[in-house]
Design a protein around this ligand. Structure first.
Ligand code: ATP
Length: 419
């Protein structure tokens, strides 16, 4: 692409918000003042060339990114988090919650497949050659007069035009099989294809490295997939490639019937996480020990594993609860995470679950502990029992206003309640 055309894209506020354009020119002028070759890389360049809106800026310098970050903070404010080992810094922008990655151009070597690479500072050309796919291996230089020069040593532009995901070398997936997850994510997101040689490289040799990947890295890639619009298509494709058994021998295929459930109902007031819903749908039919073991492998928090387990338990106990009174439902469901209940509702359409989520869980009696004290009762376990009985009466329709509640309370205190 010609420099003028690229500049036009970079100045289009529909693609790059104006405040980001200002930020970019601030960075560019500071880099020029320090005589530091400076580039935007990766997803920004790819999406800009696709005329998609861009937001995240990854900045690379041929030189010391930490020193560059310190000079930006001195001139424009904000704060810096340093990662000395990787020669990178995160700039927390002034008066904003936004951050920006500042990276020293580097070269990487893999001591063993699946491990994190060893990093040494190098040139932008080496840096582009360490990347995952050609479409992610382009840079735009921004310092001084170079502003708007495209670097495309691996013909990423041509692959973007042809809609192809292509690795940079035949050992790419063996060095780092998280790239298989990434390839599938881009393939579905942009409706691209894996270039035929790249497709062939998703082979047993590469898949056999997946067990060596840390749970954290696999989990990160799966989370990124579940945050995508077309996540179900991506996760089904990963299954077709035989990736799951390599992650954990008991990890099942994702049930395609559940794909639509990944869109959360925004009207329900439940703290929702699309990724946690996805893991619930995926794992809910497994045994308790399988859920625990996969939870460990994928680095779930205790709460996440518990909420997945709760889905499986509730789904199994549903036949025993069906036909129960609202109070029985409520007391059985109340201790479980709301999201777990919602997911069981999605897959079973049991109306009582929705009634619990939207109505029953909010039902509370008017009577309080203080009222009972005022009636001369000594505080103790009986307090809880009485309040529980009154709430059950509300839930089951035996009481529907304050007077009836009062009568009901009197009947309990006089020992006449049937509950
Ligand atoms: P998106 O966030 O839209 O998926 P991105 O390109 O911003 O795309 P990041 O995960 O932020 O993706 O990674 C930034 C860049 O780092 C990528 O464009 C790619 O060049 C490189 N990269 C990321 N992960 C890997 C990897 N596993 N191997 C090689 N390069 C990678």
């Amino acid at each position: 692409m010609q420099k003028d055309d690229l500049l036009r894209l970079m100045r289009d506020p529909n693609l790059l918000p104006s405040e980001k354009q200002v930020l970019l020119s601030d960075i560019a002028s500071q880099a020029a003042a320090m005589d530091l070759p400076c580039y935007i890389v990766g997803g920004f360049v790819r999406d800009l060339l696709l005329r998609e809106p861009v937001n995240d800026l990854d900045i690379i310098v041929e030189g010391d990114a930490i020193r560059f970050g310190e000079s930006l903070v001195k001139k424009f404010g904000g704060k810096l988090t340093l990662h000395d080992k990787f020669h990178t810094a995160i700039w927390h922008l002034p008066n904003s919650s936004d951050t920006l990655d500042l990276i020293t151009a580097r070269k990487e070597t893999y001591e063993r497949p699946g491990a994190l690479p060893t990093v040494i500072p190098s040139t932008i050309d080496d840096d582009l050659h360490r990347r995952d796919f050609t479409i992610n291996s382009m840079a735009i230089r921004i310092d001084g007069d170079h502003f708007g020069e495209l670097l495309d040593p691996l013909s990423g532009q041509a692959d973007l035009e042809d809609g192809l995901i292509r690795v940079l070398h035949p050992r790419s997936f063996v060095d780092d099989p998280t790239r298989i997850f990434r390839a599938i994510r881009y393939e579905a997101r942009y409706s691209f294809n894996l270039e035929p040689l790249t497709l062939n490289l998703v082979n047993p040799e590469a898949l056999d490295v997946i067990p060596k990947l840390s749970g954290e890295r696999i989990r990160h890639e799966l989370d990124l997939i579940f945050e995508e619009k077309d996540s179900s298509q991506m996760i089904l494709r990963l299954g077709e490639f035989g990736v799951f058994k390599k992650i954990h021998p008991k990890l099942p295929l994702f049930n395609a019937d559940y794909s639509d459930f990944l869109e959360m109902d925004p009207t329900l007031d439940i703290p929702a996480s699309r990724t946690v819903v996805a893991y619930m749908l995926w794992l809910m039919d497994l045994s308790e020990s399988e859920i625990l073991s996969i939870g460990q492998r994928l680095y779930f928090t205790t709460d996440q594993t518990y909420s997945i387990w709760a889905v499986s338990q509730l789904k199994k106990s549903l036949p025993f609860l069906t036909g129960s009174s609202p109070s029985v439902w409520t007391y059985a469901l109340e201790k479980l995470p709301l999201l777990s209940i919602y997911v069981v509702y999605l897959v079973t359409r049991e109306d009582a679950l929705l009634d619990f989520l939207s109505i029953w869980r909010h039902v509370k009696p008017h009577t309080t502990g203080d009222d009972l004290k005022a009636r001369g009762l000594e505080p103790g376990p009986r307090f809880g029992e009485i309040l529980h009985q009154i709430r059950a009466a509300w839930l089951d329709g035996e009481v529907s206003n304050k007077e009836e509640e009062n009568d009901f309370l009197n009947s309990i205190l006089n020992g006449h309640s049937s509950r």
